[in-house]
Design a protein around this ligand. Structure first.
Ligand SMILES: *[C@@H]1O[C@H](CO)[C@@H](O)[C@H](O)[C@H]1NC(C)=O
Ligand SMILES: *[C@@H]1O[C@H](CO)[C@@H](O)[C@H](O)[C@H]1NC(C)=O
Ligand SMILES: *[C@@H]1O[C@H](CO)[C@@H](O)[C@H](O)[C@H]1NC(C)=O
Length: 415
């Protein structure tokens, strides 16, 4: 009799526990997550000297150059900031020559300049908010491309892998040589994004290593990414990884890595204005090159802004040179409702429409073994589904090597 009673009590207690434990664990998880988010925000948002409110809603913090997130990296504790590169590649195109067919395109800068500038000795950092981080699946993945979002190896593309990742490209590329940098002038648009977890970007990739677990990549260009920035604006961005998008690397200054020296340009800030269909065309120039003396990879925006550098120690293969360069567009196709996404690439129009309608890359160049800028040899092009996004390359006197790329995504031929 007695043992039956005890058994009943034991069963009752066990059932109570099973019901209650999930609540307790859930509350604990929530508070740990709140703590993690706070901690991460403190790491990313350094105390500013001055703060500027941008018309697009961004907050730009002017942070002392030697207080930026890069210097949280243990290897950078005693780092002496390089205030200028020891070398700048010279090439085919002189610094001030900007030209296009029929209509000159205009270079432009960043929206927040309308309301202020950061003082010398500081760098502008786009402030990260709680909401920004909570949109990511975890604190760990915030500011990172999702695993497997590697740019494709065009020759050896494994179709299953390509389609599995849902990332689609329309690119031009060169491989088979040693490259010490790359340059391009990129037409700027504001492609429509169907779902907030998708993005559309136009960039160059500097690649080293294999496409397995050890890919080294330096990336820069413009992107529209609602989940990362909370809106549909076109933004300047950089990315790096030294292990195929797994543990290392991030967008912009969202982890320790890139060292910024420039007080005018904020990573992740909106580019303004953007091109219109049959309207004014705007483009940005991006140059990334390796300093042959220090080994660091530098980045320049436009003709006037040397932004900073990725220290050589961040990389394995790229510590020496790149084995492949890619230029072009990438979108995420999350296949809403089992159909192709209508997220646009470039202008959202196919390459055959041409200037002021389709988006372009012009004057694409590489830095060769003698540290000279020159036109790339043996350019290939690649796209997974040309009926969704396509690419068409060409050559002329003004634009050197160029290509048009992009498309609307979902349409009658790309259901
Ligand atoms: C930085 O310098 C200090 C003092 O000179 C030294 O003890 C420390 O090991 C150095 N750290 C690194 C990462 O080089
Ligand atoms: C990816 O999937 C689409 C649709 O299923 C198919 O048409 C396309 O050929 C695939 N791409 C590659 C590179 O296999
Ligand atoms: C971004 O654009 C999509 C449509 O393309 C719209 O549904 C969404 O509300 C926009 N998001 C913001 C934050 O404006």
């Amino acid at each position: 009799m007695e043992s039956l009673l005890w058994r009943r009590i034991a069963v009752f207690m066990a059932v109570c526990c099973l019901i209650l434990v999930p609540f307790v664990v859930d509350a604990k998880t929530k508070s740990r997550q709140r703590f993690e988010v706070q901690k991460h925000l403190r790491r990313l948002n350094k105390p500013p000297v001055q703060t500027i409110k941008s018309p697009d809603g961004d907050t730009i913090d002017c942070v002392r150059t030697h207080h930026q997130p890069a210097f949280d990296h243990p290897f950078l504790k005693n780092h002496t900031i390089q205030m200028r590169p020891s070398f700048h590649p010279e090439g085919l195109y002189s610094a001030n020559k900007v030209s296009g067919p029929k209509q000159a395109s205009i270079s432009q800068t960043q929206l927040w300049h309308l309301t202020g500038r950061c003082p010398q000795g500081t760098i502008p950092i786009r402030r990260t908010t709680r909401d920004d981080i909570l949109k990511a699946s975890s604190v760990k993945t915030f500011g990172k491309k999702k695993h497997r979002s590697m740019p494709l190896p065009p020759k050896s593309a494994d179709p299953d892998l390509v389609n599995e990742s849902g990332h689609q490209h329309a690119i031009a590329y060169v491989q088979g040589d040693k490259y010490y940098g790359a340059k391009a002038t990129i037409n700027v648009w504001e492609p429509k994004i169907q779902q907030s977890n998708e993005f559309s970007l136009s960039q160059l990739w500097i690649l080293g290593g294999s496409f397995g677990e050890d890919l080294n990549s330096i990336e820069a260009g413009w992107q529209v990414s609602p989940d990362l920035y909370g809106d549909n604006n076109t933004r300047l961005f950089t990315y790096w990884t030294s292990d195929a998008y797994q543990a290392t690397g991030c967008y912009n200054l969202l982890c320790s890595g890139f060292i910024q020296i420039n007080s005018d340009i904020a990573m992740g800030a909106s580019i303004f204005p953007v091109s219109g269909y049959r309207g004014s065309q705007y483009d940005i120039s991006i140059l990334v090159w390796k300093d042959p003396k220090e080994g660091n990879w530098w980045m320049q925006f436009g003709n006037d802004y040397v932004l900073g550098y990725w220290p050589s120690f961040l990389f394995s293969y790229l510590a020496d040179s790149a084995s492949m360069i890619e230029w072009g567009g990438e979108v995420v196709n999350s296949e809403p409702d089992g159909e192709h996404t209508s997220t646009e690439m470039g202008s959202g129009h196919f390459p055959d429409e041409g200037f002021s309608k389709a988006s372009y890359f012009r004057n694409i160049q590489v830095v060769d073994g003698s540290n000279n800028l020159r036109g790339p040899k043996g350019i290939g092009t690649f796209t997974e589904q040309s009926n969704c996004y396509n690419v068409q390359n060409g050559y002329n006197g003004d634009w050197g090597n160029y290509f048009y790329y992009g498309g609307p995504g979902k349409n009658s031929k790309c259901p």
